[in-house]
Design a protein around this ligand. Structure first.
Ligand code: AMP
Length: 193
């Protein structure tokens, strides 16, 4: 099993690249943002609880997303590997993920960290807001808060995995195909070890 964390700030291209990577490497895509949006659409109690936080650009509690990931791992026993997108977002989530994977005798193979300037992130998110229907994409105050949450709570995730030499920085600006091939070559290097 080979498991990947696609890491980076909001708007760094994680969703776009995830779609291509799961196809190329036969991985199961686990995006906590997508799972939460499905819960909101289905009007579950979890979705209702998460919505007010997501609408402000705040993170939802660790135990909520860790519980979702735990169920998703259990529901996919035949997976060749998982691609985590938007998770983990705090050190506590990272520790919890490592524990869940260890219980399944596996681990994170690599953390691919997309590097994109703040200016480009805001531009992309506002652009996405025109078509995504996501209320957290079309308001610059909410976008700024999401970037602040990333800087204050999520950058530590890269530090955490750096201690295990698992983090690779990849330039997240350029064409979708250029970024995809840079990501693929980092994965291939590790798969051939
Ligand atoms: P995303 O689709 O990854 O941009 O996530 C959208 C929103 O969902 C975030 O702004 C958070 O409110 C929430 N969210 C998604 N993933 C997580 C996570 N791992 N931890 C906490 N909140 C999350």
């Amino acid at each position: 099993m080979f498991n990947i964390i696609l890491f980076g700030p909001p708007g760094s291209g994680k969703g776009t690249q995830s779609e291509k990577l799961i196809e190329a490497f036969g991985l199961i895509h686990l995006s906590t943002g997508d799972i939460l949006r499905r819960e909101i659409a289905a009007a579950t109690s979890l979705g209702l609880e998460a919505k007010s936080l997501m609408d402000k650009g705040n993170l939802v509690p660790d135990e909520v997303v860790v519980g979702m990931i735990s169920s998703a791992l259990d529901n996919n026993p035949q997976a060749k590997g998982f691609l985590f997108d938007g998770f983990p977002r705090t050190e506590a989530q990272s520790v919890a993920l490592d524990k869940l994977l260890a219980e399944k005798n596996t681990e994170i193979g690599v953390v691919l960290a997309l590097d994109v300037s703040r200016e480009e992130l805001v531009k992309r998110l506002l652009q996405r807001g025109l078509t995504s229907g996501r209320s957290d994409d079309n308001n610059e105050t909410i976008i700024s808060n999401r970037i602040l949450e990333y800087q204050t709570k999520t950058t530590v995730v890269a530090n955490y995995y750096s201690k295990f030499n698992k983090v690779v920085q990849v330039k997240g600006e350029g064409t979708v195909d250029e970024i995809f091939s840079a990501l693929c070559s980092e994965i291939d290097k590790r798969l051939s070890i």
